[in-house]
Design a protein around this ligand. Structure first.
Ligand code: NAI
Length: 332
């Protein structure tokens, strides 16, 4: 039995978490949950956004599944997601985007995985404001080691999964320092993987290419801000944030998470779609090398998604969160 930290989160988080727990239990997955919450609900009950007990649980278990978290609006509240990524050096944000039978989109053949550097760049937290001159600086600092780690992670993934191509996305034509370092490291590391095609695209062209011909991309690797934007763009190509998985992976810890927010507009109604969290949980099973269980749950999920009637309202069906989960369970 593998113990995993479970962070239900806020808003719809506990509802979609219950659905995933029910599916895991029905599939007899050898995972036990250690539940520790974070976010607004936790703040309201104990006055802390990230309790020490959660940190201890993460340090012990090294693997977590996380629902969406509400970061209270206002000064002094730093994003919990960003804090966890930086504290545990979860430098790879991995976002698969694949067309699903039954989910209507403009394209029917998207299959890409985006690797976004998760701890540096414009989100390093290096921000200054000069009151006298009214000048604001946000520093996009990247390190050579940081570039090497995310680029190597992308090539390793491509190599392990038989992917044909890795595309680096950058702005080296304008960002002569950071962009050139990222691209230089990419070209260097690519030499270690002679069987994988390596190419690069400037970010603006990449956006145009993705919305015109997304099928040409396989593994994509990029810096933090570009990756943040591109990963949601890719989600839009395959059905939106409600259906895509995400993972934050470091050298010795991984947090798998639904990438959508806590959806306060539908929280408590029992109608949220648990697909994104379930797909993140399936990624987690692969990480734990529980391949058989991962494949079985994935097959049941795909068969359910193929029939709109069995899905939640956002996908055109009428099922509640738990009815949708039951439809998946009946196919296990
Ligand atoms: P949101 O993703 O929560 O909601 C946007 C729209 O998508 C809403 O109409 C919502 O009902 C719908 N939606 C989202 N997930 C859904 C699901 N699973 N099933 C059905 N419909 C779904 O984004 P919003 O409203 O901008 O953010 C709300 C809160 O979530 C904020 O406090 C924000 O800070 C937080 N947030 C947390 C994230 C995380 O923990 N990873 C990521 C994004 C936002």
């Amino acid at each position: 039995m593998k113990q995993v930290t479970l962070i239900p989160g806020d808003g719809i988080g506990p509802e979609i978490t219950e659905a995933v727990k029910a599916i895991f239990s029905a599939a007899n997955v050898p995972v036990s949950w250690e539940e520790e919450n974070a976010g607004q609900t936790t703040f309201e009950s104990i006055g802390e956004l990230i309790p020490a007990t959660l940190i201890a649980s993460l340090e012990k278990n090294k693997v977590a599944l996380k629902g969406p978290i509400t970061t209270p609006v206002g000064k002094g509240f730093k994003s919990i997601n960003v804090q966890l990524r930086q504290k545990f050096d979860l430098y790879s944000n991995v976002r698969p985007a694949k067309t699903t039978k039954g989910i209507e989109t403009r394209f029917d053949n998207v299959n890409s995985v985006l690797f976004r550097e998760n701890t540096e760049g414009l989100y390093s937290g290096l921000e200054m404001f000069d009151e006298r001159l009214q000048i604001s600086d946000s520093v996009a600092r990247i390190t050579r080691v940081g570039c090497q780690k995310i680029i190597r992670a992308a090539f390793e993934y491509a190599s392990k999964h038989g992917c044909k191509k890795v595309t680096a996305v950058h702005k080296a034509n304008i960002l002569k320092s950071a962009g050139a370092m990222f691209l230089g490291e990419f070209n260097q590391i690519a030499k270690d993987y002679p069987n994988i095609q390596a190419d690069d695209k400037i970010i603006d062209n990449m956006c145009m290419q993705l919305v015109a011909k997304p099928e040409q991309f396989d593994v994509i690797v990029t810096t933090n801000l570009f990756g943040d934007i591109l990963s949601d763009l890719c989600a839009g190509l395959v059905g939106g944030l409600g259906v895509v998985a995400g993972a934050n992976i470091g050298d010795d810890m991984a947090i798998f998470e639904a990438v959508h927010g806590s959806a306060p507009d539908i929280a408590g109604k029992g109608i949220a779609n648990p697909t994104a969290l379930l797909r993140s949980a399936i990624m987690m099973l692969h990480h734990l090398e529980l391949k058989e269980e991962a494949n079985r749950i994935e097959a049941a999920l795909e068969a359910t998604l193929a029939n709109q009637q069995e899905c939640t309202g956002d996908l055109g069906g009428k099922a509640s969160t738990m009815e949708f989960a039951q439809n998946i369970i009946s196919k296990l």
